[in-house]
Design a binder for this molecule. Structure first.
Ligand SMILES: Cc1ncc(C[n+]2csc(CCO)c2C)c(N)n1
Length: 235
């Protein structure tokens, strides 16, 4: 069995929990309130900038030119998504650049971003490949399920967002990310293989936490004493 087949089976219950999370349930049936979605978009913008740098580091560290090209291309895509979709959506939500800037990066967003950045700089390349994979794969899985559930809805408020992650070009990039990770796993020693398992699981846990933090409009419990000027929510 390949690394990907094995780890997908190991994370099946957590993946189901991601599909069933109230944020994704509400996103799918169009009842998700704008405040939670706007919170998610602001945090995701921060995440995407960090994630792009992580992919750029993976590109710099890759040995095979084809892998370097894939990571660099994906870093670019992440930044294009951040620029186009987020800017467009946030404007549509009536959030000015100033209001967006005033939202504190959430503890979960910072933890996930920091974890990936640390992995990019300090872990073996196969472990880095495993750590960035859930971002691709979990989103494709969730995107496909959401598209299926919303296909019949004539006027879905989050259609553009859902379409991004159910695009065929995106599916091809997930396939490539999986193939690279499987190939790196084949020649990895047992200790590195174990670290790859842990990295994939940890990043998938952070994916669940990212949606959950948006659902809870997560804030810093200590913010009241240090940053009273930063709004707790995006309102
Ligand atoms: C928390 C969080 N996790 C995953 C994605 C999805 N995503 C972000 S960049 C990228 C690859 C394209 O370069 C993908 C699939 C997201 N938006 N936010």
């Amino acid at each position: 069995m390949t690394f990907c087949d094995k780890i997908w089976a190991r994370t099946a219950t957590l993946l189901q929990a991601i599909h069933d999370h109230p944020f994704n349930a509400a996103l799918g049936d169009g009842t998700l309130d704008r405040e939670r979605f706007a919170f998610y978009l602001v945090q995701d913008g921060r995440y995407l900038v960090a994630y792009a740098k992580v992919l750029a580091t993976a590109s710099a560290r890759a040995t095979a030119p084809a892998d370097a090209a894939f990571f660099a291309q994906s870093a670019h895509t992440a930044l294009v998504v951040e620029r186009a979709l987020h800017t467009g959506y946030l404007e549509e939500f009536g959030l000015t650049a100033g209001e967006t800037a005033a939202v504190a990066t959430s503890p979960t967003c910072l933890a996930y971003s920091s974890y990936l950045q640390a992995t990019a700089l300090a872990a073996p390349l196969p472990v880095l490949a495993a750590a960035v994979l859930p971002c691709f794969w979990v989103y494709q899985d969730v995107g496909a399920a959401l598209l299926e559930r919303t296909a019949g809805a004539a006027d879905h408020p989050y259609r553009t967002w859902i379409a991004t992650y159910s695009d065929p070009a995106f599916a091809a990039s997930v396939e490539q990310a999986r193939a690279i990770t499987d190939r790196l796993a084949e020649t990895a020693d047992p200790e590195t293989r174990r670290a790859m398992d842990e990295a994939f699981c940890r990043a998938t846990e952070y994916e669940w936490m990212f949606w959950d933090s948006a659902w809870r409009l997560e804030s810093w419990p200590t913010g009241q004493w240090l940053r009273p000027e930063l709004t707790r929510t995006t309102r």
